[in-house]
Design a protein around this ligand. Structure first.
Ligand code: XIL
Length: 339
């Protein structure tokens, strides 16, 4: 006969087990579907501290075959002082990925924020280039063979378009900092794919053209670039059908690939949000995109500028939302049609 004490131990164990397990989605995982066609389905915005939450870690490993950090690879966080590197945070992500048979995308070599004081104090173009080279080499050599692709530069254009952002590198070196970054990155790790990461081009036609002009200029000059990473932080308005396909076709003609790097949808309208997830994934896949990442997966850790929005595929308690099922349907539908 069970005693009260043994019953309460059993209850405690059950409660603990419940806390550890993420709710089942009741269907195959995104990565199971994706791997049938060698598609990368990833989550960015992975702060390594989130892995302390076993449910977070379980859903990440179950659903995705690629991950990338949130801010931890941006210059000031990884390399706050000359020669000083905080490797342990990124090492933890890389180890997690290896353990779960995932690939890692590097994000933040040059970002639109987050430059350390030691760099900002350098005002001579040649010295700034030397600092860029030292930083890229340290980071890319350490993660050679472990990080398969990089956002080399992020948000080089003004948010609404209308020229290059006057960031630190532009101010010190001029527009050539972009090609310097790609050449230095290629030399530091010839085996990694190199991307230019940009926002809003799917929403603003003039910015779309501006990015195309910039990238085709780089290609014409022989700058080593492999692709364009579309952030795709979508706010309220669906992408016009055909725009993703048009971008893929035009960059393919330059010999480049297009990836989706940071998809999430910011609106209070869940029906619209779900439709946007499904439509973007369906068009991206049929246009030939094989590398799709979201900017996180659980609303528990969402980064949003729309108060109250819940932009991701799983809720705060790791329950799959309609956005997950729309993504899953688009992905599995695509896999089925091409089998
Ligand atoms: C964001 C992070 O998610 C935030 O935590 C941080 O406060 C600001 O940067 N595009 C990018 C990412 O390329 O680096 C940004 O990440 C989101 C927009």
């Amino acid at each position: 006969m069970k005693t009260i004490a043994s019953l309460s131990v059993a209850l405690l164990v059950a409660t603990a087990t419940c806390e550890l397990a993420a709710p089942s989605t009741g269907t195959s995982s995104l990565r199971e579907e994706a791997q049938k066609k060698d598609i990368l389905i990833g989550s960015g915005a992975i702060n390594p501290d989130y892995l302390n939450d076993t449910r977070f870690a379980a859903v990440l490993a179950e659903q995705f075959n690629s991950l990338s950090p949130e801010n931890e690879m941006k210059w000031v966080f990884l390399n706050p002082a000359e020669g000083q590197y905080n490797w342990q945070t990124i090492d933890r992500l890389v180890d997690f990925a290896e353990h779960h048979d995932m690939v890692v995308k590097g994000h933040g070599l040059i970002s639109s924020c987050c430059n350390p004081d030691y760099l900002l104090k350098i005002t001579d173009a040649e010295a700034s280039r030397t600092a860029m080279k030292a930083h890229f080499e340290a980071v890319m050599h350490r993660y050679h063979g472990k990080v398969d692709r990089w956002d080399v530069v992020t948000e080089v254009l003004e948010t609404m378009g209308g020229g290059l952002q006057h960031n630190y590198f532009y101010n010190v070196t001029g527009p050539d900092y972009i090609e310097d970054a790609f050449r230095i990155a290629r030399a530091a790790d010839p085996s990694a794919k190199l991307f230019i990461n940009e926002n809003q081009v799917e929403a603003i036609p003039s910015k779309r053209q501006e990015l195309y002009d910039l990238v085709s200029g780089l290609v014409a000059k022989g700058v080593p670039i492999d692709g364009v990473a579309l952030q795709m932080h979508i706010t309220e308005v669906a992408v016009v059908p055909g725009v993703i396909t048009e971008m893929v076709d035009s960059y393919e003609a330059l010999g480049l690939e297009v990836a989706i790097a940071e998809l999430d949808v910011h609106t209070l309208n869940n029906t619209l949000e779900t439709e946007i997830y499904g439509a973007v994934i369906a068009e991206a896949l049929s246009a030939g995109i094989t590398d799709i990442s979201f900017w996180g997966f659980t609303d528990k850790h969402a980064y949003t500028w729309v108060p109250g929005a819940k932009p991701l595929m799983f809720d705060e308690n790791y329950k799959a939302k309609t956005e997950f099922y729309a993504t899953h349907k688009a992905l599995s539908g695509f896999i089925d049609t091409c089998q």
